[in-house]
Write a protein that binds this ligand. Structure first.
Ligand SMILES: *Cc1c(COP(=O)(O)O)cnc(C)c1O
Length: 367
């Protein structure tokens, strides 16, 4: 039996809701669960409005499109993140400008944003990487000073807090994902949240082909079909109801990894997942970085764990190293994290025994 990297926690309510959606025949993008999911999600995040989408990639694109970003403009994006961050900037015609990571907590380094700002820069896209918040005070300060929009990518950080405030509540628009391995899942799915009514209305129109809300089949602008189905929302609503217990378990899993791997960390073999004193991470993926002292490199550790039935994955490759975004410029912090980082099994269904098995296997290979 293998230990999977991430399994969603699904239960009776998910089954009941999705059955109700099917029985009601409202299986497409109209239906009560969509409104319920949007309203309850906005409330849970402490924002006024939410717009559900078919996934977390289109929700990022929808946010950028609603802000009118495009043409020859630029958006600041961390290089250490999921590819969708750069791709969605490209979809608008704008250019992603990469920034290196913080050595301490791996998210975009606010100290390095300033020198990347040009007169074309329109927005910053901070990504709360692996569930750890970005330093939002510094980012908001830079954004205000240079009149830039902030689009938070909170795809990996539902419920994480920065200085006690939920991530996703800082930016002009924030985007979430409900992919199968995210903190909450609706199969595929995404959500944009905002406090701005104009942006909210724009996103609703762009999500639905650009259709005029008061004149059906009349299109004032070019939009998209980015709608969520009622079946996805049915599962999303149930997932939202178990969000607190999922996050509690995620933090427990992190504590267990820390406890069992602390000796390795103290002896300099590995670095554990960060948590700054101002942060309340939700540990989407629990990661370790291998030091030069470790007996194995990242790739062979992953191979050897897999041979024991333990699934892991590499930390993201920096975007500036990928063919579509290839640059000769170096981003040394991100490169180092990526070259040495492994994500361990992290789903809320993991048992204490499975975590122990993973840790014992790591200790055996690394020392
Ligand atoms: C998962 C993810 C996305 C995209 O979400 P999908 O729902 O898979 O399209 C965007 N950004 C980050 C940082 C992610 O981890």
């Amino acid at each position: 039996m293998t230990i999977p990297i991430y399994e969603p926690l699904l239960g009776e309510e998910e089954l009941r809701n999705v059955t109700e959606a099917v029985k009601s025949t409202w299986i497409s993008s109209k239906g009560k669960f969509i409104t319920q999911f949007e309203e309850e999600f906005a409330k849970r995040m402490g924002t006024k409005y939410a717009v559900a989408t078919s996934n977390g990639t289109v929700s990022l694109h929808l946010a950028l499109a609603a802000l009118g970003i495009g043409g020859r403009e630029e958006v600041i994006v961390p290089t250490l993140t999921f590819i969708a961050c750069a791709n969605t900037v490209r979809y608008t015609g704008a250019k992603p400008v990469f920034v290196d990571s913080s050595k301490e907590y791996w998210c975009i380094d606010p100290q390095k944003i300033g020198k990347c700002i040009t007169k074309r820069t329109r927005a910053i896209m901070p990504v709360h990487l692996y569930g750890h918040p970005c330093d939002m005070d510094l980012i908001m300060e830079i954004a205000q000073k240079h009149h830039l929009f902030v689009v938070e990518d909170a795809a990996e950080a539902h419920g994480a807090k920065y200085k006690g405030k939920t991530v996703g509540s800082f930016g002009d628009i924030s985007s979430f994902s409900f992919y199968g391995n995210k903190i909450l899942s609706s199969g595929e799915g995404g959500m944009c949240i905002t406090d701005d009514e104009t942006l909210y209305q724009k996103m609703r129109i762009l999500r639905d082909h650009g259709m005029n809300p008061s004149k059906r089949y009349w299109y004032d602008v070019i939009g998209y079909n980015y709608r969520m189905t009622n079946m996805q929302a049915a599962i999303g609503v149930a997932q939202l109801h178990r969000m607190d217990s999922v996050i509690r378990r995620k933090r427990e899993i992190a504590r267990l990894y820390e406890e069992k791997l602390s000796k390795l960390a103290d002896n300099g073999y590995i670095t554990l997942s960060p948590q700054m004193e101002w942060a309340n991470s939700v540990y989407w993926m629990y990661n370790i970085l291998l030091s030069g002292k470790a007996k194995v490199c990242k790739d062979s550790l992953m191979e050897r764990l897999w041979a024991k039935g333990i699934e892991t994955r590499p930390i993201f490759y920096p975007l500036h190293t990928m063919p579509p975004y290839k640059q000769s410029r170096r981003y040394l912090v991100a490169e180092k994290i990526s070259a040495s980082g492994v994500s361990l099994p992290s789903g809320p269904t993991l048992t204490d025994e499975q975590i122990e098995k993973v840790c014992n296997a790591i200790i055996k290979e690394v020392v």
